[in-house]
Design a protein around this ligand. Structure first.
Ligand SMILES: Cc1cc2nc3c(=O)[nH]c(=O)nc-3n(C[C@H](O)[C@H](O)[C@H](O)COP(=O)(O)O)c2cc1C
Length: 196
């Protein structure tokens, strides 16, 4: 890589994602993560970016152990995470491997304990995600009784996504810029401009 603009852009990408995870404002925190279902078809859904660790080239997401993506990603960890920022036409495609930290693991417990009480509630729904409901608001929550184990902790799952490659594209008026970055942890293995 002999074009300094590539490493400047990569720095900006990591910085923007870091801020997106910290502030949860705008469009970047709403990522789309892919998995493969039992029929071999792709399955996509929005998940909120919770943390970014550039040194480990890792993105973190939270989910419910009962959601379909958990078994799908355990079976086939190779995945892609997509970010889209309409304000400046930025598309980021992150390729890598999903590691799942299931309820009871130290990492899942630590991440759950860092979530404010309000955010923990969604992991205490009585029906599993995807269960048919008689009405849109017929969702029961298992409340945490004082002194008893928090039912949300038994469902909370941490997904860390180890990034190995990034395809960045900006289509903003006459600015049509695309680059491909190949990472090795915090080391940049290669970077190149590519045709949009
Ligand atoms: C704005 C938005 C944010 C979401 N954030 C999350 C999230 O952080 N974690 C999660 O598991 N699901 C999140 N969801 C719900 C998922 O998109 C999906 O519907 C759910 O996780 C079930 O997916 P699955 O059955 O494919 O596992 C979010 C949905 C929207 C619309």
């Amino acid at each position: 890589m002999d074009d300094a603009r590539l490493s400047v852009w990569l720095d900006t990408i990591w910085q923007d994602l870091h801020e997106a995870a910290a502030r949860r404002r705008g469009d970047l925190p709403n990522a789309t993560i892919a998995s493969v279902n039992e029929d071999g078809a792709p399955s996509l859904r929005v998940v909120v970016l919770r943390a970014v660790d550039r040194a480990a080239a890792e993105l973190s997401f939270h989910t419910d152990v009962r959601s379909e993506k958990v078994l799908q990603l355990l079976a086939r960890p190779a995945s892609e995470v997509l970010f889209w920022r309409p304000a400046d036409g930025l598309q980021l495609r992150f390729f890598g491997q999903a590691d799942l930290f299931l309820p009871g693991t130290l990492k899942a417990t630590a991440a759950y304990e860092a979530i404010p009480e309000k955010g923990r509630r969604k992991y205490r729904t009585a029906p599993a995600p995807g269960t048919p409901l008689p009405a849109p608001d017929a969702l029961d929550f298992a409340e945490a009784a004082p002194g008893a184990a928090d039912p949300g902790l038994a469902r909370f799952t941490l997904i860390t996504f180890r990034v190995s490659r990034i395809d960045a594209l900006r289509l903003d008026g006459s600015d049509q810029t695309r680059a491909f970055f190949h990472l090795d942890g915090d080391r940049l293995r290669s970077a190149t401009w590519i045709a949009p």
